[in-house]
Design a protein around this ligand. Structure first.
Ligand SMILES: Nc1ncnc2c1ncn2[C@@H]1O[C@H](COP(=O)(O)OP(=O)(O)OP(=O)(O)O)[C@@H](O)[C@H]1O
Ligand SMILES: [Mg+2]
Length: 446
């Protein structure tokens, strides 16, 4: 949009003005001649002279009035254009998603858009003409450096820094700067375009955390691999020694050593399972069979605790899911072992599952243990987090179970039951209609 009369327009404007004035003067004179010829033909020389003078004055006056009106009309049009252009520029500024501030050499704010108002909580009217209100105390030197850089560089991009809000909160931001050189009699300005990067930083932290975990996993896998072989050998040796030894004292010590080696072995195997995440060998399976296999393994420990076990999983047999039976057995073992550890002697465990809405296999595992204390909720799925005494829990059971469920595109959820104890709910989606899962003899390659 044009603002004011451009140099290319000016000659045309002057030409139009000049021509229209000449036409006006011409018209006045011609009209005068006609009137004089018609009515004042017989006047004497002196009166005629006065008439000519009057004609000159009237012509000049009319031309001045016409020229003033013409110039004023042009100026009003220019002002309207300027106003519209300003409105347009403010609307662009206010529709920008980033916070924009325009400031001069002495950091006084010349413009402040809506996004800046929202992000920093300072109103435009409140900050115009004042030094930038959102620069924290320790960041002025940095801003001065950027201003100096802009004397030689065109732009400073993606500069990560801090800005503060009206409430005094410091927020991390990424800012882009550029310089608007002086135009006509206006000084130079600087533009600061600021973006709140809290979500970006959160994502970066998560990625770092993930990288750390992957690295830890790799290290753990290496360590576990090296430890597993000597541990198995030692265990064998202890078992053989026990057989060879006479009845008496050392047998008890051997039993303790054996128990500790077994814990180390379980830990190492859990670590391996957690860190390696081998490729899934998926095939169509019925979850009720998987659960039954796991329950069979746990029956001795349940008997030892004189625990009651209720199962109601027949419905799960009506549809097959696509899964890795070994992984799913490991997942249910981790959950069931937690339940067995949690219940008191004579306690109760209930496993019930069904196909929900023809889409999802849903399994609940209820126990009547103490449930999970409020404080522990954020940490239960954390690898190595355990409340069990040293030498008893690795803290990897739930982390492994969660990994396996996620590998099957499912979800796992824990919740304390109203009647006491914990409910673990595992949901695994069924394959989409039309897939070949219904034929159990064929193994699916994913
Ligand atoms: N059924 C449950 N009842 C009460 N607390 C539970 C239950 N399941 C898990 N927890 C809590 O969650 C923690 C973490 O469980 P997780 O299975 O990851 O490790 P763990 O059981 O301590 O160790 P491991 O699995 O090696 O035996 C447990 O220490 C326990 O505090
Ligand atoms: Mg466990």
């Amino acid at each position: 949009m044009k603002t004011g009369m451009s140099p290319t327009n000016r000659p045309w404007f002057l030409l139009t003005l000049g021509l229209s004035c000449l036409t006006l003067v011409g018209l006045v004179f011609s009209l005068w001649e006609l009137i004089e010829y018609r009515y004042f033909r017989d006047l004497d020389y002196v009166t005629l002279h006065y008439l000519y003078i009057t004609r000159g004055i009237a012509g000049a006056l009319l031309t001045v009035i016409w020229a003033s009106w013409f110039i004023l009309r042009e100026r009003r049009r220019q002002e309207q254009e300027l106003e519209q252009s300003y409105e347009h520029y403010r609307s662009i500024l206010n529709h920008m998603p980033e916070a924009v501030a325009l400031f001069d050499e002495s950091y006084q704010v010349a413009e402040w858009n809506d996004a800046a108002e929202r992000l920093f909580g300072f109103d435009r009217e409140q900050v115009l003409g004042l030094p930038l209100p959102n620069v924290p105390a320790g960041r002025w030197a940095e801003l001065r450096q950027i201003r100096d850089r802009l004397e030689t560089e065109q732009k400073v991009l993606d500069h990560e820094t801090e800005r503060c809000t009206a409430q005094g909160e410091r927020i991390p931001v990424a800012a882009n700067y550029s310089r608007i050189p002086p135009v006509a009699n206006r000084p130079q300005f600087y533009v600061e375009v600021v973006q709140d990067i809290r979500p970006r930083l959160r994502m970066r932290d998560k990625l770092l955390e993930l990288e750390k975990l992957t690295l830890m996993g790799q290290m753990a896998a290496g360590a576990a691999h090296h430890l597993n072989t000597p541990l198995t050998a030692m265990l064998l040796q202890v078992e053989m020694l026990r057989g060879q030894m006479q009845e008496g004292g050392p047998i008890e010590e051997l039993a303790t050593i054996e128990q500790r080696i077994r814990f180390c072995q379980a830990f190492v195997q859990n670590l391996l399972q957690f860190a390696r995440r081998p490729q899934l060998q998926q095939k169509p399976i019925a979850l009720d069979e998987v659960i039954e296999t796991v329950l069979t393994l746990f029956r001795p420990s349940l008997n030892l605790k004189r625990a009651t076990l209720e199962t109601e999983c027949e419905d799960l047999g009506s549809r097959r899911i696509l899964g890795d039976p070994n992984h799913l057995e490991a997942m249910f073992s981790a959950l069931l072992s937690n339940a067995v550890d949690a219940i008191p002697t004579g306690g109760r465990i209930r496993v019930h599952g069904r196909i929900q809405a023809d889409r999802i296999a849903e399994i609940h595992l209820d126990d009547n243990g103490p449930g999970i204390a409020d404080l522990l909720w954020p940490r239960v799925f954390e690898p190595f987090f355990t409340t069990k005494p040293s030498g008893k829990g690795t803290g990897l059971g739930l982390a492994i179970a969660q990994n396996i469920v996620q590998e099957h595109d499912g979800t796992i959820q824990l919740q304390n039951r109203k009647e006491g104890g914990l409910r673990v709910t595992v949901r695994i989606p069924l394959p989409k209609e039309g897939s070949t899962v219904g034929t159990p003899a064929v193994e699916m390659q994913i």
